[in-house]
Design a protein around this ligand. Structure first.
Ligand code: MOS
Length: 746
C-alpha cells in the first residue's frame, strides 16, 4: 500500500478537546520539538527512593485500626467437593474470629480481560490448592494455626485428569488456519524442518506476593490490593461480590511485579472483602509464597510442532505451527503460542492448529508475553535448524523471509526495522567472528558458541484517560488509575507532562493506582506506557492550547520551558499568565490504525554461551538485545524493562519449570527454592541497544510496548548458542545439563 495516499493526521481538534481516536497515522513530531529536554532521557524514578527505603507502602502494608488477618486454606483434593468444615473446633482456638467458606471462595483467579466475570466453580473443587476457606483471627499466627488444623471433609471424585498426554483435547474455535497447500509446500521444498518442542509450566513469580486489605464503610468497599488493571479489577470484584461497581474502590499505588498474575483479581481479594463485611472489621489476607504458586495463574505447558518448507535459497514456501496447551475445564484462556508466527515470516502456505487439554491443575492464564515467550522458543529454534540445514547464515535466512505484507491478513505493517535490529546487533555483538560449524570453539573445559534469534511482540493501544492539571505556580499533577508494577509508569508519565508543559521533572506529580481516578488501560500486554502516555500527551496538548490563548499566540507557536511561556512577541512566566489551574482530561481511543496495520515491536537477541564439557551445564557469558519499539520514553527504564525480559529469557531457556504430579495434580515445586528463576550469578552483562524509530500508526506519541518484547525470542538465542557450541539441539525446555551431557562431542 502506498502510504502517501493516507491523509496523515493533521487536524488539530485534539488540541482543543484532548480526545483522539487513532484512525489516522500521526506524523507530527511534537514531542521531538518541545524544549524542556526531559523526554527519552535516562532519568531516575521518583518512586525509587521510596522503594529502597521501605517507605513505599505495598498492599499488605496498608494499615487500619482493629485489623484482623485471614489465611486461605487450599483444597487437598484435586477434584470433588467440600462436604463439611468443622468451624466449631476452629472457633474455639485462640484469637479466631471467623471461618468463611462457600461458593464464593471456591474460585479461580480472574483473567483480567474486559467484561469477563471471574469463573465461579459451582461449589466444586477442580484443582489441588484451590481456596476452600478463609480463617480470620486477631493475629496472623493465630489464623495460620487454625487454618492448618481446620478439619475439612471432602468428597473426592476419581475422574480427575492430570496428565496432558492422556487428557482429552478440545480444538478452540477460530484458531485453526489452513492457507494454501501446506502439504505440497513440504513435498516440493528443497529443505524442510519438522521439529517438536516442549516447554514446561511456568509461574509468573512476582516478588511481591498477592495481598489484599479490605475495609467497608457501610456499603462502600475500599480494597488495598496488588493488581495490574484497576479499571477491570473493580468490575471483577463487584461482580464477585454481587455489588454495584460504584461501591468498590481499589488502591494499588505500588505493585511489586505482576507478570500477568495480577491482571485479574485473585481469590484473596474476594475472601478479604467477604470476611471484612461479615466481621465489620478491616481484614488483611496476604498469600504465602506457596499459595501464590498454587492459586494464581500459571503458564500452560506447551507441546509444539513447527514445520518449515524452504527453497534452496532459504525462502519459505510453507510454515506450520501446531500447539498443544492446557487449562482447567471451562476456562476460556488458551496460551496463544503461535502469536508471533502469524506475522514474523513469510511463506505462502500456512497451517496453524491448537488443542487444549482439560486438566485438574491450577488455572492457566497470561504470564509474561503469553504466546511469544514460549512460541518463539520453538519458532526461532526451527529457523536456526533451517539455517543450519541450508548452510545459510541465520541472520541472512531471517532477512530473506521478511514479508512485505502480513502473510495471512494481507494488511501492511507499521514501522518494523527488524532487519536493522539483526544487522546492527550483528555488528555490535561481533557476529562475524562466529564459527558456523558447531563444536569448533573450545576454551579449556568449555565449549563456546553464539546464537541469534528474532524478537517480536504485537503492539496494542488501549483506551485510556488521564487528567492533567497545570497550576499557576508552575507545578502540574497527572492523575489516572494506571498502575506502576515496577515498570516505570510514574517516571515516564511525569516526563511526558514535563516535556509538553515545559516544566522541570520535579515540578510534576503523578498520582496512580486509585480506581477513582480517570480510567486507564492498566498494566498488561505491554500496552501501558504508550496508551497511558498518549492520554497524558493529549491532556497536555489541550492545556497548551489554553495557555497559548492566554498568551495570545497560536498553539503551534507556543514554547513552554522552565515555567515560562513564549509565543508571538510575548514572553511570560506561567505565574503571571494564569489566574488559576488549568485542568484537562486526555482521552485516547484505538481506531483504524490498529486494524489496518499490523503493529509490533521487533528486535534481535544475541547470546554467547559456554557449555561445560564435563558437566554439561550452560553459562550465558554475554547477551545483547536490540529493539525497535517506537519512541523510547526513558532510556533507563526502557533498558531495565529489556533487561528483565532478557533475564526471563535466560530463565525460560535454562531454569524455569513448574511440575505437577501426574498422579494427582499436586504442585511439586511451588516455591522459590525449587522453582528456579535466574539469580545474579546466572545473569551476565546484558547489553541493550534501541533502534531509532517513530511508529506513526501506533499512537500520537509514536511509542510501542517493550516489557514483553525483551523476553520474546530471548531464550531461543541461548539454545541456538548451545547448538553452535556443542552441536546438541535441545528442544525440550529448559536446557538443563541432563539434556546436554549425554550428547556432547568428545
Ligand atoms: Mo502481562 S502477562 O499481559 O501482565
Amino acid at each position: 500500500m502506498d502510504l502517501s495516499n493516507l491523509n496523515p493526521f493533521s487536524s488539530s481538534d485534539h488540541r482543543e478537546t484532548g480526545h483522539l481516536k487513532m484512525d489516522k497515522p500521526d506524523t507530527s513530531r511534537r514531542l521531538d520539538e518541545m524544549q524542556q529536554g526531559v523526554i527519552s532521557k535516562s532519568l531516575n524514578r521518583p518512586d525509587g527512593p521510596l522503594k529502597v527505603s521501605g517507605t513505599a507502602r505495598y498492599a499488605a502494608e496498608a494499615e487500619a485500626d482493629d485489623m484482623a488477618t485471614g489465611v486461605l486454606v487450599g483444597a487437598i483434593i484435586p477434584k470433588g467437593r467440600v462436604v463439611s468444615i468443622d468451624e466449631d473446633a476452629a472457633m474455639k482456638m485462640p484469637g479466631v474470629l471467623g471461618v468463611f467458606h462457600g461458593k464464593k471462595l471456591l474460585r479461580n483467579p480472574a483473567q483480567g480481560t474486559a467484561n469477563q466475570a471471574p469463573i465461579q466453580p459451582d461449589g466444586e473443587v477442580s484443582y489441588m490448592g484451590q481456596p476452600v476457606a478463609l480463617v480470620v483471627a486477631e493475629s496472623f499466627e493465630q489464623a495460620r494455626d487454625a487454618a492448618i488444623t481446620l478439619a475439612i471433609t471432602y468428597e473426592e471424585d476419581d475422574d480427575g485428569v492430570f496428565d496432558p498426554k492422556i487428557a482429552e483435547k478440545e480444538k478452540p474455535d477460530g484458531k485453526q488456519i489452513d492457507q494454501g497447500d501446506f502439504d505440497a509446500a513440504m513435498r516440493d521444498a528443497a529443505a524442510t524442518v519438522d521439529s517438536r518442542y516442549t516447554t514446561p509450566v511456568q509461574s509468573s513469580a512476582p516478588m511481591e506476593p498477592h495481598a489484599s486489605v479490605a475495609q467497608w464503610n457501610g456499603d462502600q468497599l475500599t480494597l488495598h490490593g496488588s493488581y495490574q488493571m484497576l479499571n477491570y479489577n473493580k468490575n471483577e470484584l463487584a461482580d464477585s461480590l454481587g455489588i454495584d461497581v460504584k461501591n468498590v474502590r481499589i488502591l494499588a499505588p505500588y505493585v511489586g511485579g505482576g507478570f500477568g498474575s495480577k491482571l485479574g483479581i485473585a481469590p484473596e481479594a474476594v475472601a478479604a472483602a467477604l470476611a471484612a463485611k461479615a466481621l465489620e472489621r478491616p481484614v488483611r489476607v496476604a498469600m504465602s509464597r506457596r499459595t501464590v504458586f498454587e492459586t494464581t495463574m500459571r503458564r500452560s505447558e506447551t507441546s509444539q510442532r513447527v514445520q518449515l518448507a524452504a527453497d534452496k535459497t532459504g525462502k519459505l514456501l510453507g510454515l506450520a505451527h501446531h500447539a498443544s496447551v492446557s487449562n482447567l475445564p471451562d476456562e476460556g484462556f488458551t496460551e496463544p503460542v503461535a502469536a508471533a508466527t502469524h506475522f514474523l515470516y513469510g511463506g505462502g502456505s500456512r497451517r496453524f492448529t491448537y488443542e487444549v487439554a482439560r486438566l485438574n491443575r491450577s488455572c492457566a492464564g497470561s504470564v509474561r508475553a503469553p504466546g511469544e515467550a514460549v512460541g518463539m522458543l520453538a519458532l526461532e529454534s526451527a529457523m536456526d535448524e533451517l539455517a543450519h540445514e541450508l548452510d545459510i547464515d541465520p541472520i541472512e535466512l531471517r532477512v530473506r523471509n521478511m514479508p512485505e505484507k502480513h502473510p495471512e491478513s494481507d494488511i501492511p505493517y507499521s514501522a518494523r526495522n527488524f532487519e536493522d535490529c539483526l544487522r546492527q546487533g550483528a555488528k555490535r555483538f561481533g557476529w562475524a567472528d562466529r564459527r558456523p560449524v558447531p563444536a569448533s570453539r573450545r576454551e579449556g573445559d568449555w565449549w563456546i558458541g553464539v546464537g541469534v534469534a528474532g524478537a517480536a511482540r504485537s503492539n496494542i493501544l488501549g483506551e485510556s484517560k488521564a487528567l492533567v492539571t497545570l497550576n499557576a505556580d508552575g507545578t502540574a499533577l497527572v492523575e489516572t488509575d494506571m498502575t506502576d508494577i515496577g515498570t516505570g509508569t510514574y517516571t515516564i508519565l511525569a516526563q511526558i507532562a514535563a516535556e509538553m508543559l515545559g516544566l522541570p521533572l520535579e515540578k510534576v506529580t503523578v498520582s496512580l493506582g486509585d480506581s477513582e481516578l480517570p480510567e486507564g488501560p492498566g498494566s498488561g500486554g505491554s500496552w501501558g506506557a504508550q496508551s497511558s502516555g498518549s492520554s497524558v500527551y493529549l491532556a497536555c496538548e489541550a492545556i497548551r492550547t489554553k495557555v497559548a490563548k492566554a498568551l495570545g499566540c497560536a498553539a503551534e507557536d507556543l514554547t513552554l520551558k522552565d515555567g515560562i511561556a513564549t509565543g508571538g512577541n510575548n514572553r511570560k512566566p506561567l505565574a503571571d499568565l494564569l489566574d488559576g489551574p488549568i485542568a484537562q482530561e486526555g482521552h485516547i481511543e484505538p481506531g483504524a490504525t490498529m486494524e489496518n496495520f499490523d503493529q509490533a515491536g521487533y528486535g534481535a537477541h544475541f547470546a554467547e554461551v559456554a557449555v561445560n564439557a564435563i558437566t554439561g551445564e550452560t553459562r550465558v557469558r554475554r547477551m545483547l538485545g536490540v529493539f525497535a519499539a517506537g519512541r523510547i520514553l526513558n532510556a533507563q527504564t526502557a533498558r531495565s524493562q529489556c533487561h528483565g525480559g532478557m533475564i526471563w529469557g535466560i530463565g525460560g531457556a535454562l531454569h524455569e519449570e513448574l511440575h505437577h504430579d501426574t498422579r494427582d495434580g499436586h504442585m511439586v515445586n511451588g516455591d522459590l527454592a525449587e522453582y528456579h528463576v535466574p539469580v545474579n550469578l546466572d545473569v551476565p552483562q546484558l547489553d541493550v541497544l534501541f533502534i531509532h524509530q517513530r511508529d506513526d500508526h501506533a499512537n500520537p506519541i509514536q511509542a510501542k510496548g517493550i516489557g514483553e518484547l525483551g523476553i520474546s525470542g530471548a531464550g531461543a538465542a541461548i539454545t541456538n548458542a548451545i547448538f553452535n557450541a556443542t552441536g546438541v539441539r535441545v528442544r525440550d525446555y529448559p536446557a538443563t545439563l541432563d539434556k546436554i551431557l549425554p550428547y556432547l562431542p568428545d
